[in-house]
Design a protein around this ligand. Structure first.
Ligand code: NZQ
Ligand code: ZN
Length: 402
């Protein structure tokens, strides 16, 4: 097992009817609160009313910033920062999915940025210590979709629009851990299938990007990851038949949080995340759903990196899909087929055309941008677990998705 430090200070409050009571108990009294939310789902599924009830009577002054889009926008974050400064807001409460929470994390550090100039520099130059966040407002959230895992981590992914091309990039910093996150699985009953499926696949790929790398010889984390993967697969089939099955919704929610709260990267060697890094470039171009880009890239990355990943894929085949017979290669190949079949079963496309129009001429630029932004985070020259994926290999992966 590798050395590690595990730090996750976010309090998780999980279960039915927890929103009102947990806000009453956990939001500091007499706060000046900014409620942030998306395009309106919180008004239909009861989250807004339950939150307001939980905030009543504690001396709070409440402000609101709504209309945050999926793949949340820098310009909206900056509008909210103005509101925060103008009204001396001292607590941010995100009501919604990963996009709402990610942009709220941006607001939190951007409104406390003391070094002058555009706070976007924190995201752009995330590996340079002098551009690290200089402070943060406290954040809490009511998470309404099991997907990004943002409720249990300190990451934030934001898109900025430029005249020529959008950039979708991210920052992770301990100041951006939520103080607490409320997860009520009943709230996820209202998710349309597209979002349910996107969230399951995003959570699944978060586990895969940490688990399917070189053999880590870490039975605790490998076993935990396999259980999370099996839980997502089993529960997805339950939801196809019974979208309001509380047990399946709850299992998916908790699996999704555990997938990206840091626990399954303890003691393993390097994580991969190449599907994410290449996927963000697709979304920046076409607005494709994050989960969809991952489903498209997963088989392509596995086929391209077969030699490096085949042993772990064979273990995954055995322990997740019950494939007991055959050589390492045979089991690994079956693992890819079984995974793709499952994606199709849950109505998730795996071909690039489902993401919208991406001109293959752009592949080298997309690969180059992803490498330049994400590789330095790991101190390597290329993407992937071993930093071995340069422009040529990433272009090959994009081509395999076509
Ligand atoms: O805008 P509203 O009306 O709220 O509707 C949303 C949105 O249209 C809807 N929705 C959310 N909860 C609902 C609901 N509809 C009905 N009932 C509910 N209970 O779902 C749509 C998608 O919401 P969004 O927040 O975009 O989804 P998700 O949670 O999948 O977040 C995706 C974003 O998270 C980033 C992605 O890149 C993407 O931008 N990620 C963040 C990570 C992190 N912070 O650690 C890691 C991830 O890998 C990911 O990159
Ligand atoms: Zn993701």
């Amino acid at each position: 097992m590798n050395n590690f430090t595990f730090y996750n200070p976010t309090k998780i409050i999980f279960g039915r009817n927890t929103i009102t009571s947990s806000l009453k108990q956990n939001v500091p009294k007499n706060s000046r609160i900014l409620l942030t939310y998306g395009k309106g789902s919180i008004f239909k599924n009861g989250v807004y009313n339950q939150a307001i009830k939980g905030l009543e009577g504690n001396g709070h002054k409440i402000f609101e910033y709504g209309g945050i889009t999926p793949n949340p926008r820098y310009k909206h974050g900056m509008e909210a920062v103005e509101l925060i400064k103008k009204n001396d807001i001292n607590f941010l409460l995100a009501l919604g999915g990963g996009s709402v929470l990610d942009l709220t994390k941006f607001m939190s550090v951007a409104s406390c940025w003391t070094k002058g100039g555009d706070p976007w520099i924190m995201y752009q130059k995330r590996t340079i210590p002098k551009y690290s966040p200089t402070g943060a407002l406290p954040i809490a959230d009511v998470m309404t979709i099991p997907a990004a895992g943002s409720e249990a981590n300190c990451g934030s992914v934001v898109t900025r629009e430029y005249p020529t091309q959008n950039r979708k990039i991210g920052l992770a910093h301990p100041l951006m851990f939520p103080k607490f996150s409320v997860l009520d699985p009943e709230i996820t009953f209202t998710l349309p299938w597209r979002q349910t499926r996107n969230g399951i696949v995003d959570s699944f790929v978060h586990i895969i990007e940490q688990y399917v790398n070189s053999l880590s010889n870490n039975p605790i984390i490998d076993g935990f990851s396999e259980t999370l993967l099996k839980t997502l697969i089993d529960s997805s089939y339950v939801l196809l038949k019974k979208p309001k099955d509380y047990g399946a919704r709850a299992n998916i929610f908790w699996a999704s949080s555990c997938a990206l709260n840091g626990i399954i990267r303890t003691g393993i060697y390097e994580t991969d995340f190449v599907m994410h890094h290449l996927g963000h470039e697709i979304t920046a171009l076409t607005e494709a759903d994050h989960g969809l880009t991952l489903a498209v890239l997963l088989p392509a990355v596995w086929k391209n990196q077969f030699e490096i990943k085949k042993e772990k894929l064979a273990r995954y085949a055995e322990n997740v899909w019950g494939i007991k017979y055959g050589s390492i290669e045979e089991k690994a190949k079956k693992a890819i087929d079984f995974t793709v079949n499952w994606l199709h079963d849950i109505k998730m496309p795996t071909n690039l055309s489902a993401c919208g129009k991406v001109d293959p001429k752009l592949f080298p630029k997309m690969a180059d941008q992803a490498i330049k932004y994400w590789a330095p985070v790991k101190g390597s020259k290329g993407l992937g677990q071993f930093g071995n994926l340069g422009v040529k290999e990433c272009v090959e992966i994009y081509k395999t998705c076509e």
